[in-house]
Write a protein that binds this ligand. Structure first.
Ligand code: GUN
Ligand code: ZN
Length: 431
């Protein structure tokens, strides 16, 4: 008997919330059931004791059951960089990150960190991520190998980088192309793995390498592309200096035909009007990484401006520039970034982003991001009373909206009671 029934307060989004009280944007069932068979959700509805009788019932009441969190921008080789003390992006990259990433040429190191990486994702309720590996193909093998063991839906690729980094961290236009192609052949479509073409950013790729990334994108039009853009003022100036005839930073990726609906662009903080329009026209995704942007001091993402212009927005941790694996902590910091810009982020919109919003941004909403029949059974269970102070505060919480906001404001991995991957309880199994 493989059928299991998760019982609890079920919350799932059906649309992007338009206002604070947009009750049409979600479905909420106070005593709900998520029925899972062979890794897929087969039914979501009111709990029915009689119907559930033949099956294993896992009672998560009074906790909330939601679709697993999705993190669309994270760096797997940066686990041991979190909290590195630096003034700004380029110093942070050169002093810590490019030193640390060199270790991932060693498959044993990469394998050990991969295991710890997926432990952290599960601990924090994240069931899917778009990840950057290091330049080394073996880091991709370690990453997808570990994801496969846990049957987790992951998007990842080796970074292509052939300049402006230590020699041990450089490929060449040809080897970057060959290694990416081999990675695609080996991993893309194997189980739940999706390979992403990953030119790290314009500063670490020559024109020749960008042309190779373009060739790969042309050969494999269904693949995700991930890179960074417009994070920091010195970075923007350097990128424009390296590519003087491209108009602006977004123009570099545009001219190499790297923009489109499956392109995830980390940061997008200091975009010009033209750049914003290009992202909207190409349906590219701007990935808001609040803990990173605050920690590295990169700037305040202009959510409302991007949203108003029709740019697709995702929200992500950007570990290890980001300081937490938690999507709850991420949205809490995102809320504060928006506060400082005089913008409002409603609790409903926050939780939409962590689930369906990020699934849509990654073009994976037909498989994950919601709880509904036919979806893959990646699920998070949230406990808003996880700590003494949260339990005390919950005594005065009267609405679902207030509970979500408390989870976001005070929650972290302690508020994740369980994480299911393809219907399998994963967090409780961690040591
Ligand atoms: N730009 C290029 N590489 C990186 C990285 O690893 N982290 C961040 N935050 N920005 C980048
Ligand atoms: Zn990043």
């Amino acid at each position: 008997m493989t059928v299991k029934v998760l019982r609890g307060r079920v919350l799932t989004f059906v649309e992007e919330p338009q206002g604070r009280d947009d009750t049409g944007s979600y479905r909420y069932i106070e005593d709900g059931a998520v029925v899972i068979d062979a890794g897929k959700i087969v039914m979501v509805g009111a709990f029915n004791a009689k119907a559930a009788e033949p099956y294993e019932v896992i009672d998560h009441r009074p906790n909330l059951i939601m679709a697993g969190f999705i993190d669309p921008h994270i760096h797997f080789p940066q686990m041991q960089v979190i909290g590195a003390y630096a003034g700004a992006l380029l110093e942070w990259l050169n002093t810590y990150t490019f030193v640390e990433e060199q270790k991932f040429g060693d498959i044993d190191h990469a394998t050990r960190i991969a295991s710890r990486f997926f432990d952290e994702l599960i601990r924090h309720g994240t069931t899917t991520a778009a990840a950057y590996c290091s330049v080394h193909p073996q880091s991709v093998d370690a990453f997808f190998g570990e994801a496969e063991k846990r049957d987790m839906l992951m998007v990842a690729g080796k970074v292509m980088m052939d300049r402006n980094a230590p020699p041990a961290l450089l490929d060449t236009p040809q080897s970057g192309y060959d290694d990416t192609k081999a990675g695609i052949a080996k991993w893309h479509g194997r189980g739940r793995a999706h390979y992403a073409i990953t030119p790290r950013f314009a500063i670490t790729s020559t024109h020749e390498q960008m042309a190779m990334a373009e060739a790969l994108a042309k050969e494999f039009p269904d693949l995700h592309i991930q890179t960074h853009v417009s994070e920091n003022l010195a970075e923007i100036a350097f990128a424009n200096e390296l590519y003087p005839n491209y108009g602006d930073y977004v123009g570099i990726y545009e001219k190499f035909h790297l923009l489109g609906p499956k392109t995830l662009l980390g940061h997008c903080i200091h975009l010009s009007h033209r750049e914003t329009e290009v992202l909207a026209e190409t349906r590219s995704v701007a990935v808001f990484c609040p803990t990173s942007n605050l920690f590295i001091g990169s700037g305040l993402f202009d959510y409302d401006r991007q949203h108003m212009h029709g740019v697709r927005i995702a929200t992500a941790t950007d570990v290890g520039g980001g300081s937490s694996y938690s999507m709850l902590r991420t949205m809490d910091e995102g809320y504060k970034v928006m506060q400082l810009r005089g913008q409002r982020l409603t609790p409903l919109r926050s939780f939409f982003h962590m689930t369906l919003g990020n699934a849509r941004a990654m073009s994976l909403d037909h498989r994950i991001g919601t709880l509904a029949a036919g979806m893959e059974a990646d699920v998070v269970v949230l406990d808003a009373r996880a700590t003494p102070q949260m339990a005390l505060r919950m005594e005065t919480v009267a609405t679902l909206e207030q509970e979500l906001f408390l989870l976001q404001t005070c929650g972290d991995d302690r508020a994740v009671a369980e994480t299911y991957v393809m219907g399998k309880a994963m967090k409780s199994g961690l040591v």
